[in-house]
Design a protein around this ligand. Sequence first.
Ligand SMILES: [Cu+2]
Length: 126
Amino acid sequence: MRALSLFLLLALVSNLALGHARLSSSTPAEGETLAADAEAITLQFSEAIQPRFSDFTLHYLGTRQDGEANRDNQLPRGTPQVDGDRQVVEVAIPEDAQPGWYLLDWEVLAEDGHTTRGTVRFSIEL
Ligand SMILES: [Cu+2]
């Protein structure tokens, strides 16, 4: 019984140490406006991610800030740049990006095997 309790405690502690990869910050932040010549969106995660099993998709919403991401407004995806410790990801903004609202859909697999996902809405000014 005592051994089982210790096992459960250790499992809990290791689970806390290896938290999911949460989005710590992004540039632009949610709702921010970028200059027309902006080149990339930067995402900072709380844990290392596994790039091969992570996905970043940019959608163009036009004038609709509350628009939804779908296949029709999905932009061609490039290869995201991931830094050495695999916690910072740069997603390129297409050079011919139109002014308006965008939604970045992200889904990442962390080292602990857990998947997290979210979105960042931002706009590009005229
Ligand atoms: Cu986790």
